[in-house]
Write a protein that binds this ligand. Structure first.
Ligand SMILES: Cc1cc2nc3c(=O)[nH]c(=O)nc-3n(C[C@H](O)[C@H](O)[C@H](O)COP(=O)(O)OP(=O)(O)OC[C@H]3O[C@@H](n4cnc5c(N)ncnc54)[C@H](O)[C@@H]3O)c2cc1C
Length: 482
């Protein structure tokens, strides 16, 4: 038996691999890795296959997919390795989830400094996407250092100070510079796990922009936006703003005695793919009317962290609600000087298609300084909207929206993307050349690759293959010679 045949016979069978949006679908061999020695062995025996670290699969598109190659599932690498209680720095393996961090550290008075709208991602995946949330910052801002395994088998530590090129290429670098083995992250001290919450109604886009401009950077904020509203109601929204409550601000004695509870809410699992007509423009119009209509002009209350940060986590597998062809999230950012005009124009284009988004989120990044070469968070406003793929008609609309976003100097978020063209991406990310230079230095043979990397020409084009998508269309794909 040749070495190649021996490895093939020990390989797990190919399996379906997809992102949270379930579009597109890919086939890869998935290895669950638990120890560093297993990871080293796979790197040494890969026999020409390309590898990709994979976390909880919460990126929407093809970032964690690796057609016909190997995905290394890091979720079993989920141990805490240390905690510096004085500085609040946790050292954890890459497969530790945000939920694990919360469950262990909330009772001890610490919270994640940045969290996306779900607690299920891993730390490794969150670093690779350089996630953002309701707070003002991106995750990279709080990373002390990363422990990585590079393509040549070397184990290195990188940070904003040490091997800083590698660090800034890795945060937001979508797993393509090397494998993140563990992360040292600075947590945020909290006195209580409750949030002083304000829900404020905005009657249109001008109004919500005004509210964001008045919001201090220390406040955590985001707005739900009614993407079906038109004319003078265009952009009507509800701003959700909050700050962790101090112990003395808690009103009831129960809460004051136990200010740091971990919240476990009952969950509903979406049991099967919804028929595509369930989430249609009419049902969403009804929901939006009701949600906006019933919301008072201003509510002030105290809520637990789970209600504030993770309302979507109450529904497990909610991505099934978009039907069997999956969904796409369109998340774009427009820089400060033209944020209002840019967001308005794209929103008008979206609402004129009549394509409704159940989830529609608007957020401002203030003057944040981010050195991540491919990181999404930069100053400006972003809007994120979910659409079912259905018959694929939405893809044509998105191509048009891309042109508008580009015209305003904006960008799309890689963690949510599965369809942008390579040229569009290159025009949106001016530091791509710099990133490619680091990639060429640390991974000259492109050991680390993904479907996203092939689609966006993040690795050099060696061959072009043909890939069949779930929609049955044959689309061209760039990829390595197999
Ligand atoms: C409901 C929902 C809400 C969300 N809200 C937000 C939000 O508010 N803000 C935001 O920024 N994002 C948001 N996201 C996106 C999500 O937070 C990120 O895509 C994410 O953190 C993915 O982590 P993961 O563990 O699922 O990684 P995966 O999806 O498995 O992988 C994502 C990327 O990380 C790489 N990767 C994973 N592990 C490693 C490793 N050990 N070494 C090297 N590379 C690795 C993969 O190769 C891939 O490129 C949301 C997603 C969902 C489903």
């Amino acid at each position: 038996m040749s070495a190649e045949e021996r490895i093939n016979s020990q390989c797990p069978p190919k399996q379906r691999v997809e992102g949270w949006g379930r579009f597109p679908v890919s086939q890869a061999q998935v290895y669950s890795v638990q120890t560093e020695s297993e990871i080293f062995r796979l790197l040494a025996t890969r026999q020409g296959r390309q590898l990709l670290g994979r976390g909880a699969g919460r990126a929407y598109g093809d970032a964690a997919c690796n057609q016909d190659n190997w995905c290394l599932d890091f979720t079993p690498c989920n141990r805490f390795l240390g905690f510096d209680a004085k500085r609040g720095i946790v050292h954890a393996e890459a497969g530790v989830t945000l939920e694990q961090v919360i469950e262990y550290f909330v009772p001890r008075g610490w919270f994640l400094p940045v969290t996306p709208g779900t607690k299920y991602p891993t730390l490794g995946g969150s670093v690779a996407c350089d996630v953002h949330g309701k707070s003002h910052y991106n995750l990279a801002h709080f990373i002390e250092c990363l422990h990585m395994l590079l393509a040549d088998g070397s184990r290195v530590i990188c940070s904003a100070k040490e091997r800083s090129e590698l660090f800034w290429a890795t945060v937001g670098g979508m797993g393509l510079t090397g494998l993140i083995l563990s992360v040292e992250l600075r947590l945020m001290p909290i006195e209580s796990s409750y949030v002083n919450y304000a829900g404020i109604k905005a009657k249109n886009l001008e109004d919500i922009f005004r509210l964001f401009e008045e919001t201090a950077d220390e406040d955590m904020s985001v707005a739900w936006i009614d993407c079906l509203a038109k004319g003078r109601n265009l952009g009507r929204s509800i701003m959700m703003r909050g700050q962790f409550a101090k112990k003395e601000e808690l009103k009831t004695s129960d809460r004051r005695q136990q200010p740091l509870p971990v919240i476990h809410k009952p969950k509903v699992t979406i049991p099967f793919d919804f028929p595509e007509m369930v989430l249609n423009p009419l049902s969403m119009w009804g929901f939006n009317q009701l949600y906006y209509g019933k919301h008072p002009r201003l509510i002030k209350t105290v809520v637990d962290y789970d209600t504030f940060f993770y309302p979507l986590d109450s529904f497990l597998k909610w991505n099934r609600g978009y039907g069997k062809n999956g969904m796409l999230q369109y998340q774009f950012l427009i820089p400060p000087k033209v944020s209002f005009e840019g967001i308005k124009q794209v929103l008008e284009a979206i609402s004129s298609t009549g394509k409704a988004s159940f989830l529609a989120v608007l957020k401002k990044f203030g003057n944040l300084k981010n050195k991540g070469m491919l990181s999404f968070p930069t100053p400006g406003y972003f809007l994120a909207l979910d659409f079912p793929v259905k018959n694929g008609e939405i893809l044509k609309h998105m191509e048009k929206w891309d042109e508008m976003v580009l015209k305003y100097g904006g960008r799309l978020y890689l963690a949510k993307d599965s369809r942008m063209r390579a040229e569009t991406f290159a025009a949106m990310y001016p530091r791509l050349k710099e990133w490619k230079a680091v990639k060429a230095k640390v991974d000259p043979n492109n050991v680390f690759c993904s479907d996203m990397a092939r689609r966006l020409d993040l690795i050099p084009k060696t061959t072009r293959g043909i890939k069949k998508t779930r929609l049955g269309k044959r689309v061209k794909k760039t990829g390595p010679k197999k």
